[in-house]
Design a protein around this ligand. Structure first.
Ligand SMILES: NC(=O)c1ccc[n+]([C@@H]2O[C@H](COP(=O)([O-])OP(=O)(O)OC[C@H]3O[C@@H](n4cnc5c(N)ncnc54)[C@H](OP(=O)(O)O)[C@@H]3O)[C@@H](O)[C@H]2O)c1
Length: 254
């Protein structure tokens, strides 16, 4: 039977305390990987996740950092190097949330926050962790983009600009490190069902469901499944891709 096996690998997930990050952390553990749980403010969620992950008979390590600050990401790398194991698989999921309004009303600081959390976050993570991947001639760099970046809808300009910037950065990175056997890919979810919707019973969103060709929202599990596929050896020759997980709402042209 073909299955996703990450035994012996170590995964770091930024924003592992978030809605999507926590499911990717759980899935990585279920696939046999050791998991580095990155958090920003929600230490208690990180500790709970750490406890859950060790129940899968793999190792877990929680670490705090502000991904918008290079010195903070570098300090996280040093802590991991000293106290745990350097990761083979980098998953960048952290993002700063803000209120979406039209360009004329959007506060300027939101454009900076999206640039920092979508673009610079990935730059700092690459500078901190890719040298190790290059040295071992193996690695995966996976970032969470969004269908919004492709759609460029009204009232979404700061997020769209940040995520499109991320896309440009990662396409260049993919070419720069491909020969080192490191793949770089992006997952682009639609508006995804998470534990928050399950708690509140808000999974169904009729006006959104109607515009998705598959007629429903995707789930955190479906996004995590794609991340595990990209992290695995099954995706060994796939790099530089923006992969929608949004039920057909966006279909990038060839
Ligand atoms: N959820 C969706 O429907 C959806 C759809 C499309 C794309 N996405 C993308 O998927 C990714 C995950 O989204 P999500 O919905 O899971 O987000 P979320 O629930 O809002 O979680 C955000 C995560 O980012 C961390 N974070 C925020 N600011 C940070 C900072 N300055 N430094 C370090 N970490 C910081 C938070 O840490 P703490 O909680 O520890 O403070 C949290 O773990 C994002 O890149 C998002 O753009 C999500």
């Amino acid at each position: 039977m073909l299955k996703i096996d990450l035994t012996g690998k170590t995964v770091i997930i930024t924003g592992a305390t978030g809605q999507l990050g926590r499911v990717m952390a759980q899935k990585a553990a279920q696939c046999g990987a050791n998991v580095i749980i990155h958090y920003s403010k929600n230490e208690s969620a990180a500790r709970m996740l750490e406890e859950e992950i060790t129940s899968y008979n793999v190792r877990a390590f929680s670490v705090q950092a502000d991904v918008t600050k290079q010195e903070s990401v570098d300090a996280m790398r040093e802590k991991i190097e000293k106290e745990f194991v350097m990761p083979d698989i980098i998953i960048c999921a952290a993002v700063i949330q803000y209120e979406w309004v039209d360009v004329l009303s959007q506060p300027i600081e939101d454009y900076y926050s999206q640039f920092e959390s979508c673009v610079m976050h990935n730059v700092y993570m690459a500078k901190a962790f890719v040298p190790h991947l290059k040295a071992q001639k193996y690695g995966r760099f996976i970032s969470i983009n969004t269908e919004c970046a492709y759609l460029a809808e009204a009232n979404c300009s700061a997020y769209t600009a940040g995520k499109r910037g991320m896309d440009g950065l990662l396409r260049c990175l993919a070419k720069e490190i491909a020969a080192d056997n490191i793949t770089v890919n992006e997952i682009a979810p639609g508006w995804t069902i998470s534990y928050i919707d399950r708690e509140n019973g808000t999974q169904k969103q009729e006006s959104y469901d109607r515009i998705v060709p598959m007629g429903r929202r995707g789930t955190d599990e479906e996004v995590a499944n794609m991340a595990m596929f990209l992290a695995s050896d099954l995706a060994s020759f796939t790099t530089g891709c923006y992969i929608p997980v949004c039920g057909g709402r966006v279909m990038p042209a060839i």
